[in-house]
Design a protein around this ligand. Structure first.
Ligand SMILES: NC(=O)c1ccc[n+]([C@@H]2O[C@H](COP(=O)([O-])OP(=O)(O)OC[C@H]3O[C@@H](n4cnc5c(N)ncnc54)[C@H](O)[C@@H]3O)[C@@H](O)[C@H]2O)c1
Length: 330
């Protein structure tokens, strides 16, 4: 069993803590939030000690791993300090997305995990569904032939008005991660965005991309669309076929080239994904499995390095938006 602590106890940290409390690979040993009432409430609910300071908890409990579910400005400014503290103390870390709202800090976090030889994952939970996994298998088996294009979109309602780049930095770690999962590193990006009526932030955006392998892609994202209908779609096409994944887990369809019979995976009624929370369960369980098996940190599924790569694409998109240019990524 992996001895786990959770740092940051907003709605998402509480979700992490609940999942660890239920997962047979985890032993939730402590929780921490600067806000005493938040730490106390989670601790009382789950029967573990509460802490209000990360260093104190790390010294007292010496956990094997920590979830860092802090947020902050652009949902990412508070991850750096507790992540560095946990890594310094020798803990594996599963951090929330975005890895950080600042690239130099994310670079340091990834470098620290590497220096310490520790597993560092990001909660890029969208890719951890049976439908996305199956589509990845189709691709790895060569059933798409030579890849040609990817179209990705994700649209939800988030009325928060903070940084002008909140939507770009906080929503798109997920979409860019899924795109990189299928098509690899992004070479160049161009982005247009708009502010929906009454909004002050770039709340809807359109990206054009080219990947290092030559694949071309587009990404549409929005914080302006009411919930209730579908919210995510990914289409990947190649010379041998094309697949579409609807709503992360709901359906994956393979359209083989030259064959009018399509293959459809539908989320099963029994044993399928019940709701968005299950994507967290799957992601967290996979990280626990890898830590438990003593996986090589370089093999972490949804790693800090991947979280950083996604954030670099988003930083390039913001530069493109500001300067109306195509931006090439290092
Ligand atoms: N993976 C997903 O699908 C998904 C979905 C929504 C949100 N998120 C991410 O989850 C994170 C948390 O979101 P939230 O809505 O729960 O945020 P929140 O602001 O409600 O909670 C964060 C908590 O962290 C605490 N905190 C910050 N720094 C701390 C520190 N150094 N030590 C102890 N406590 C500290 C704060 O006091 C706060 O209670 C964000 O980064 C967000 O982007 C992920």
């Amino acid at each position: 069993m992996v001895r786990v602590c959770v740092i940051g106890l907003g709605p998402i940290g509480n979700r992490h803590a609940n999942i660890y409390a239920e997962d047979e690979l985890a032993d939730l040993v402590g929780v921490c939030d600067k806000l005493h009432e938040r730490a106390d409430a989670t601790a009382a609910r789950l029967g573990v000690p509460a802490f209000y300071d990360v260093e104190t908890m790390l010294k007292a409990l010496a956990p094997d791993m920590c979830s860092v579910a802090t947020g902050g400005y652009e949902y990412g400014s508070d991850h750096y300090l507790p992540t560095m503290q946990a890594l310094e103390a020798g803990c594996h870390v599963l951090g929330e997305k975005p890895i950080s709202n600042e690239i130099p800090q994310a670079v340091e976090m990834v470098a620290k995990a590497k220096e310490k030889g520790l597993c560092y994952g990001i909660d890029l939970n969208h890719r951890f569904t049976p439908a996305y996994r199956l589509a990845k298998r189709w691709l790895d088996e060569g059933r798409l032939g030579t890849l040609l294009y990817i179209n990705m979109s994700m649209w939800i309602m988030n009325p928060t008005e903070s940084s002008p780049y909140f939507q770009l930095k906080a929503l798109h770690p997920h979409t860019v991660d899924v795109m990189r999962y299928y098509c690899g590193d992004v070479e160049a990006v161009q982005c247009f965005a708009l502010k929906a009526p009454g909004r002050k932030i770039w709340s809807t955006a359109q990206f054009n991309m080219r990947f290092v392998n030559g694949v071309v892609g587009s990404l549409t994202g929005s914080y302006d669309i009411e919930r209730g209908h579908p919210m995510e779609r990914c289409e990947v096409a190649g010379t041998g076929g094309r697949f579409v994944v609807d709503d992360m887990w709901r359906e994956a369809t393979l359209y083989p080239a030259g064959n009018l019979e399509k293959i459809v995976y539908t989320n099963p009624v029994f044993g399928g994904i019940l709701d968005f929370e299950d994507t967290f369960r799957n992601r967290i369980h996979r990280f626990l499995e890898q830590v438990n098996e003593g996986a090589d940190p370089a093999d972490i599924d949804g790693s800090g390095e991947e979280g950083l790569a996604a954030q670099k694409v988003l930083a390039a998109a913001i530069e493109s938006l500001e300067n109306e240019t195509v931006v090439y990524i290092e």
